[in-house]
Write a protein that binds this ligand. Structure first.
Ligand code: F6P
Length: 546
């Protein structure tokens, strides 16, 4: 079957779903549950250690059947296999999309353009492992002979968000006698605060940049270099002991002065936002050890295998992707809240923002045709229960429909002193279950009035409900669960992109702003005249200079 990126609206299931929406679009979740008392048990799926309860999504059996038919009519399975096989599905950059190869076992082979990429991946993993061990066992020392105590990753976007998220998520499993910091913003405060209390003699910088040309990263790397040299007495030879690079651009790494022996490579078939399990994860590997990293890769791979082999109807990324299509294109939801009830996942929503929005924030199909339907929604979120005391009000009673992805783990990672108050983890889980139920079922005016509430106050206390959500549950946050969770979202983003017919793997939208910034720099620094700039920008630039 040849993939037709423009064929969404002519897929029979698409019009059938529209009819379906006319029929059940407004049906309340209360009714769905009244009609089927087993819904909470049956509308679930499991894969790679993750349990998905989608019973609180506004779909009936027929809707699910039609969504699966839509996936079939859009050639999802074929497209998925093409991705796993290394076909150049990133058409605008003419690249394969092979982040799944990063987590395959060394016993596998995958030939791409005559090269076994799995062997290449494991060569880099072994090099990373040897280096991480040297840092961890202190056989790698800084220029003055001191062991490394501080690791500072310098990168931005995919070269930052994955590493920082993974460090926070896996903090429980990391070396507590070491500091791990992450510098991304070109705002000088970021590098200043990350370094001001560190000893340069004990500090290693990992300059992470796929291209090694990204302005923020290069600026920060140069500042770090100067900071280091000032701290170790100015000897340039010291740079090699305190700087390593993760990049696909060996020439630029060398030009910066980093020994390419201390460069960890990856390939153009790994997109920035899909790269945290490549060498970009070097800081994660140093923090958790090579075994922790390997466990994370195994979790990724398990979810990939589930995605590749499970029936579409029982397939977690497929279900999540298709439900997202239903919510976006039929129920009209323009945002999705990701709400992990796990403090260690505090950076997970930020990580997902790039993964989802840089991937599916596209307005043309692969053929360049302007789409006539909505594509990627806005993803955002905060860990529970904090969000409950800030923005949940709008999710419960606002006028926008905001589907939620709740995440929780059965076991906590940390013991806290027991008191007479409820157990922390019981309370945490009670809250996540309560929120999902309250959003789904709400509270009617009759129920509110029955509590003796004054009639004029009743409307304020009504909770309409019918707010859909997914509940993702796993036993415990481990490196493997984290890998599986990330792969789940990666593949769900892929499913949505295939349905919409867009290129989920390019990011041309970020280019114009970068080019404009380059143009504006001389106007700010030298007061250069540039008539091509608009009057607002020029006036603001003058204001800045004054
Ligand atoms: O600006 C967007 C982007 O290209 C992202 O896709 C990427 O993750 C980030 O910049 C960083 O790029 P690099 O790793 O090449 O520095």
């Amino acid at each position: 079957m040849t993939y037709d990126p423009n064929g969404l609206e002519s897929a029979p299931a698409w019009s059938q779903l529209k009819d379906k929406h006319d029929q059940i679009g407004e049906q309340h979740l209360r009714e769905f549950f009244d009609q089927d008392s087993t819904r909470g048990k049956t509308h679930t799926a499991d894969g790679a250690g993750i349990h998905l309860d989608y019973s609180k999504q506004r779909v009936d059996e027929e809707t699910l059947d039609l969504l699966v038919q839509l996936a079939e009519q859009r050639g999802l399975a074929e497209r998925r296999d093409e991705m796993f096989d290394g076909v150049h599905i990133n058409v605008t950059e003419d690249r394969a999309v092979l982040h799944t190869a990063l987590r395959r076992p060394s016993s596998d082979t995958l030939e791409v353009d005559g090269q076994n990429v799995i062997a290449d991946v494991h060569e880099v993993l072994n090099k990373m492992g040897a280096f991480a061990e040297r840092i961890r066992d202190e056989s790698w020392t800084g220029h003055t002979g001191k062991p490394i105590r501080n690791v500072v990753n310098i990168g931005i976007g995919g070269s930052d968000l994955g590493p920082v998220m993974a460090f926070e998520a896996l903090r429980h499993y990391t070396r507590r006698d070491m500091q791990f910091r992450f510098v991304s913003n070109v705002d000088g405060t970021d590098i200043y605060e990350a370094t001001q209390d560190l000893d340069p003699e004990e500090t290693l910088f990992i300059v992470s940049s796929k291209t090694f040309t990204t302005q923020e990263t290069m600026n920060n790397a140069h500042s770090a270099r100067t900071w280091l040299l000032e701290g170790i007495g100015g000897d340039e030879a010291g740079v090699a002991k305190h700087f390593v690079a993760v990049s696909t651009n060996a020439e630029a790494v060398e030009a910066f002065g980093i020994d390419t022996d201390n460069m960890f490579g990856f390939w153009d078939w790994v997109g920035g936002r899909y790269s945290m399990d490549s060498a970009i994860g070097l800081s994660t590997m140093i923090a958790t050890g090579p075994a922790g990293f390997a466990e994370m890769l195994a979790g990724f791979n398990e979810m990939d295998e589930h995605f590749r082999t499970a029936d579409l109807r029982d397939n977690l990324p497929v279900l999540m992707g298709l439900l997202a299509i239903w919510n976006r294109n039929f129920l009209g939801a323009s945002t999705v809240a990701v709400l992990p009830y796990e403090q260690y996942l505090k950076r997970f929503p930020a990580y997902l923002q790039q993964l989802t929005m840089e991937s599916n924030g596209k307005h043309v199909t692969l053929d360049g045709e302007h789409v006539t339907y909505e594509t990627g929604p806005i993803y955002w979120g905060e860990p529970g229960t904090n969000g409950q005391h800030s923005f949940y009000q709008l999710i419960h009673q606002g006028t926008s429909l905001i589907p939620c992805d709740f995440i929780f783990f059965k076991q906590p990672l940390n013991k806290v002193p027991a008191t007479d108050a409820p157990d922390h983890h019981d309370l945490l889980v009670a809250n996540v279950l309560a929120q999902a139920a309250a959003l789904a079922f709400g509270k009617t005016a009759e129920e509110v009035a029955a509590e003796g509430i004054a009639p004029e106050i009743v409307p304020h206390k009504v909770m309409e409900g019918n707010r859909p959500s997914n509940m993702l549950v796993a036993d415990k946050l481990t490196p493997a669960t984290l890998g599986a969770l990330i792969a789940l979202y990666e593949q769900s983003v892929f499913v949505q992109g295939v349905i919409w017919g867009i290129d989920s793997f390019d990011q041309w939208g970020v280019e114009l702003g970068k080019v404009m910034a380059k143009k504006i720099i001389p106007v700010l620094t030298d007061g250069a005249e540039d008539d091509s700039l608009d009057s607002s920008t020029l006036t603001l630039a003058k204001l800045y200079r004054s």
